[in-house]
Design a binder for this molecule. Structure first.
Ligand code: SF4
Length: 498
């Protein structure tokens, strides 16, 4: 379709409150924030000015908001009704209380939803439809309860303790919701709501936070079914034992599917929606969904995909894998010096390989991701990938540098991926596996294999960013040689055994 710049489309970017707020840490009401005070008096002029701007991105909205002394975050929310194209995070349409879904319903919008990087929607939707409550927060509230809440908080704590008094294991999952606990929680939610109406200043941030978490818990309890787990994680000992409760969404399909059904059309974009049945099952896509695989702009000659099946990266083989991986990296680097990324399943594994590489091949420049890097540190890591540079950046698979990172040309000429990317085996994932097995008869594949291999493909995707790029990916693990795993690779790859 030809571009039509003459069409007067208006677009708006919606950003999260903490990214748009001009007075972080301030309460959003007129008594505390100057941009909330008199908001509605100044809104018409701000809106009229915004209507003269076709592209309302974050910077434009901020400029307009400050010129009219209104809050940029709430101005953008108001403008949502006045534009044709909205660019926003998934949660604005798919979350339980989503603004855009709500507007589409009440104002009967005919919406076309385009979901970019749609493979991420499974995990994001699970988060949107899960809730957790930590008893530690309840204890803090009980120490100094607001008037009228003391006995309700006491009652809630009693029911909370009952849930795990006989629990021996630190983690336990169940299929039933405890009715008495939900009732006690509802009572607290109702009383806080009354308090907020009566004396809003009596509701401090800690109570407010607990209230919102409890509200989410209560709401999800209404849709709780076999697509959720109810789990209890206990910590501490004796009288100091505390429990965190979680309503954990496993399969978001019954909640995401109707959202898709309510739109006039939904288009999911991704380079890694494979296997299709996995995404269709988890996202509740209708049976007549049309699938279109667009031919890749890249060709096999651009990317050497080498499978190293003599090495196992399984946990029990880690030690034995360190030296061979170091020699693979050093050998490739010697043969073709340049910038490489090396991905591992954990920081621990990463550090062991990086340490041994430094010891055996001190001439190879290297830098490594560390846990909890802030924005500036992440930027610093990426800036080391200069054009025609030489060095190896160590990173964890599934982390900040494994997806959405663009290092074209000689900024990155290859990647080593020493893991199959399988999520960690832990009690929560084992529960997910069991439930997925019961629902789809492929518990392991749905919980571990498909999400793992997807991460590998995403990481490998960092190497070729344009039709002129050339590069190499080394997939290090014997399981990469299995036919069922190769079937999940992009069709334009031509993997070779090393
Ligand atoms: S009203 Fe806006 S600027 Fe003021 S505290 Fe809230 S989000 Fe921040």
């Amino acid at each position: 379709m030809a571009a039509s710049p003459e069409l007067a489309l208006r677009s708006l970017e919606l950003v999260a409150r903490d990214k748009a707020c001009e007075y972080p840490g301030t309460a959003c009401h007129g008594e505390a924030c100057p941009l909330a005070r008199g908001f509605y008096d100044r809104l018409p002029a701000a809106r009229a000015a915004a209507m003269q701007v076709p592209l309302l991105d974050k910077a434009q909205v901020r400029e307009l908001a400050l010129a009219h002394q209104v809050c940029p975050y709430y101005l953008a929310q108001e403008l949502a009704r006045w534009v044709d194209v909205l660019v926003a995070d998934y949660n604005y349409y798919f979350d339980q209380n989503a603004l855009l879904y709500g507007l589409a319903q009440t104002d009967q919008w005919r919406v076309a939803v385009a979901v970019d990087e749609a493979h991420n929607l499974v995990e994001r939707a699970r988060q949107m439809y899960s809730a957790s409550l930590d008893q530690f927060h309840l204890q803090a509230l009980r120490r100094d309860p607001p008037a009228g809440l003391g006995s309700a908080l006491q009652g809630l704590n009693r029911e909370w303790n009952r849930l795990y008094k006989d629990q021996v294991a630190p983690y336990q999952a169940g299929e039933q919701l405890p009715a008495a606990f939900i009732k006690a929680l509802l009572r607290v939610v109702g009383l806080v709501q009354e308090l907020m109406n009566r004396t809003p200043q009596a509701v401090d941030p800690a109570l407010l936070q607990f209230f919102f978490q409890a509200l989410q818990f209560v709401r999800l309890s209404e849709v709780f079914d076999q697509h959720f787990l109810f789990d209890i994680s206990v910590r501490g000992a004796g009288r100091k034992r505390l429990a965190t409760l979680c309503l954990r969404n496993v399969v978001p399909a019954p909640l995401v599917g109707p959202r898709m059904g309510a739109a006039r059309s939904v288009t999911l974009f991704s380079a890694t929606l494979n296997p299709r049945h996995f995404y269709a099952d988890l996202l509740g896509m209708p049976a007549d969904t049309a699938w279109l695989e667009v031919q890749s702009p890249f060709v096999a000659e651009q990317l050497q995909v080498r499978i190293v099946s003599q090495v196992s990266t399984r946990y029990q083989h880690r030690q034995a894998s360190l030296a061979p991986i170091v020699e693979l990296i050093a050998g490739q680097y010697r043969e073709q010096p340049g910038n490489y990324l090396a991905f591992f399943s954990s920081f621990d594994y990463l550090q062991q390989v990086s340490g041994l590489l430094a010891e055996r091949h001190p001439g190879i420049v290297q830098w490594a991701q560390s846990s909890g890097m802030d924005e500036a540190q992440r930027q610093g890591f990426l800036e080391r990938f200069v054009e025609n540079g030489q060095g190896v950046g160590f990173a964890v698979l599934g982390g900040a540098f494994a997806e959405g990172v663009d290092l074209p040309g000689t900024r990155l000429i290859g990647a080593f991926i020493a893991t199959l990317g399988l999520p960690q085996v832990n009690p929560v994932n084992e529960q997910l596996k069991q439930r997925m097995g019961a629902l789809f008869s492929s518990g392991f594949d749905y919980t571990y294999l498909y999400p793992g291999v997807r991460k590998v493909i995403q990481a490998a995707g960092r190497v070729i960013r344009g039709t002129e790029d050339r590069g190499m990916v080394m997939l290090i693990d014997d399981r990469f040689a299995e036919a069922r795993i190769r079937r999940m690779f992009p069709t334009w790859w031509a993997p070779q055994d090393n």
